[in-house]
Design a binder for this molecule. Structure first.
Ligand SMILES: NC(=O)c1ccc[n+]([C@@H]2O[C@H](COP(=O)([O-])OP(=O)(O)OC[C@H]3O[C@@H](n4cnc5c(N)ncnc54)[C@H](O)[C@@H]3O)[C@@H](O)[C@H]2O)c1
Length: 330
């Protein structure tokens, strides 16, 4: 399929994006390269801009980025509405992504962004785990068993070949049950266990992922003494579930320092420790990763548009090659 630049764009619905989307292994490689470009200073990514129409915990984010190696320039317009799943039967995360032609600025694609968001958020945690997890990590502890938790576990299983088991806690028992059923089919080699408290999921876990609702006023659960020596914490829900002492238990990394500072200025992360660096710095070797098998590390992943655009460029090219999607007039 070929598009007439300036006359047409490609529209991809969620199922089409998922159909042509890269595997987790390919996604990890793409995300690694996107962070390297950010670390080298050649990718552009202003901090995301937020609207909060109904309350502080519901958001609409505009997330632009340019990643030269992928020929990708665009913006993701993504919402996070915590009440959607329980009250409306709608997903927490939804939105669209627009890609523009780098040389002329003409729009070339509009696509659903839910699959890309989940896949790249998993891959970012996978990348962080490759750099920061203790050697021979075996067990993951997951708080929150929703959409993101699935790709978090898939990415960790792909990135850390020694990982073999996961304990999962969700306030909604049916969410944990569905998670174990779905992920048991995807990762048959894994031992998956539902536990009845956050503490039971976190204690003795080598890698702890928290994927519950983001709250501007955190309701911390994870305590310092629950984290075993050498544990890696991977919050994708800001500091909503983490006590100050757990976040500061050891060295603290973020996915993008500039964006993190912007969020601090907005009133988030008031009690949080100072980051030693970000994933761009780690990927270029500007900051060091894990120093000992026993140190506790937390890597906070707020979500970066460079990752979205890298993934979207791959999806776009594969959709064109496969003749997938709908060509719309501009
Ligand atoms: N950092 C990023 O790049 C990024 C990207 C996408 C989503 N997110 C965030 O990830 C989080 C999860 O998103 P999702 O799409 O999986 O939502 P989801 O609604 O599908 O899943 C969230 C799950 O958390 C559970 N939960 C709520 N409170 C809990 C608690 N106290 N303890 C344990 N479980 C609890 C809910 O029952 C639900 O099953 C959201 O905060 C979202 O904003 C972050």
């Amino acid at each position: 399929m070929a598009l007439r630049l300036g006359k047409e764009l490609l529209y991809l619905c969620g199922a089409e994006v998922a159909h042509v989307g890269p595997s987790m292994e390919e996604s990890l490689a793409a995300i690694r390269e996107a962070f390297r470009q950010k670390g080298l200073g050649v990718a552009q990514q202003p901090p995301k801009t937020a609207l909060h129409p109904v309350n502080e915990d519901a958001f609409l984010h505009a997330m632009p980025a340019y990643v030269p190696e992928f020929g990708a320039a665009g913006v993701k317009w993504v919402s996070g509405y915590p009440d959607n799943p329980p009250m409306h039967g709608l997903p927490y995360i939804s939105g669209l992504l627009v890609l523009s032609d780098v040389y002329t600025g003409m729009p070339i694609a509009v696509m659903d962004c839910a699959w890309i968001t989940a896949q790249r958020t998993g891959a970012v945690s996978g990348l962080a785990a490759q750099a920061l997890a203790a050697p021979a990590s075996v067990t993951a502890g997951l708080l929150g068993a929703g959409v993101q938790a699935r790709t978090q576990l898939l990415a960790l299983a792909t990135a850390i070949p020694t990982l073999r088991s996961a304990r999962v806690y969700d306030v909604a028992a049916n969410a944990a049950n569905r998670f174990v059923k779905d992920m048991g089919a995807v990762l048959p080699q894994f031992s998956l266990q539902i536990v009845d408290s956050a503490e039971a999921a976190v204690r003795d876990a080598d890698i702890v992922v928290t994927a519950g609702p983001i709250r501007k006023e955190p309701q911390p659960l994870v305590r310092r003494e629950w984290l075993k020596p050498g544990a890696l914490g991977l919050p994708i829900d800001f500091d909503s579930m983490w006590t100050r002492s757990a976040l500061g238990a050891g060295r603290y990394y973020v996915d993008d320092l500039e964006q993190y500072r912007y969020y601090e200025a907005q009133g988030y992360f008031r009690e949080s420790p100072q980051p030693v660096g970000d994933l761009g710095d780690l990927s270029t070797g500007r900051v060091e990763g894990r120093q000992s098998a026993d140190e506790v590390i937390v890597a906070m992943n707020l979500g970066v548009a460079i990752a979205d655009m890298a993934m979207a460029a791959i999806v776009y090219q594969r959709a064109l090659a496969a003749g997938t999607g709908t060509v719309l007039p501009l």
